[in-house]
Design a protein around this ligand. Structure first.
Ligand code: ZN
Length: 128
């Protein structure tokens, strides 16, 4: 029997008894899992919990949510171009020369519109 060692098994995802298969610089290099017979590099510990390693995925913004609700082949060329003289409705999409595609969330007093752009909410005018 060659030396047994406790190692993280990449397949069983547990610290388990392993048999040393190869040494490097007096340290275990490759081990074989006594449970699943898998060969893999020796790891003293399992991977750190994901939360500690990678920052949590930021929540999808409302803009991204709205965008993801469009059909995959949505034709943005049919989105109306924004201009101050236009007359828009809530839930419409518009195409602004600088801000890009926006979703009209709210009409205020007929001549102001709240539009959600990629950069955030902007209040623009209409019916001028
Ligand atoms: Zn295993």
């Amino acid at each position: 029997m060659s030396g047994g060692i406790a190692s993280w098994c990449t397949r069983c995802k547990e610290i388990l008894g392993h048999t040393i298969v190869a040494l490097k610089d007096e340290e275990p290099k490759k081990v074989k899992c006594n449970t699943c017979n898998g060969n893999h590099n020796y790891r003293e510990k399992g991977p750190e919990p994901k939360a500690a390693r990678t920052p949590r995925k930021p929540k999808q913004t409302k803009y991204e949510t709205l965008m993801s609700q469009l059909e995959d082949d949505y034709d943005f060329s049919r989105v109306k171009k924004y201009n101050m003289g236009g007359n828009y409705k809530a839930d419409q999409m518009i195409n602004h020369a600088s801000f890009g595609i926006g979703f009209i969330l709210l009409i205020i007093n007929r001549n102001k519109i709240d539009i959600l752009f990629k950069d955030g909410l902007k209040r623009l005018v209409q019916n001028l």
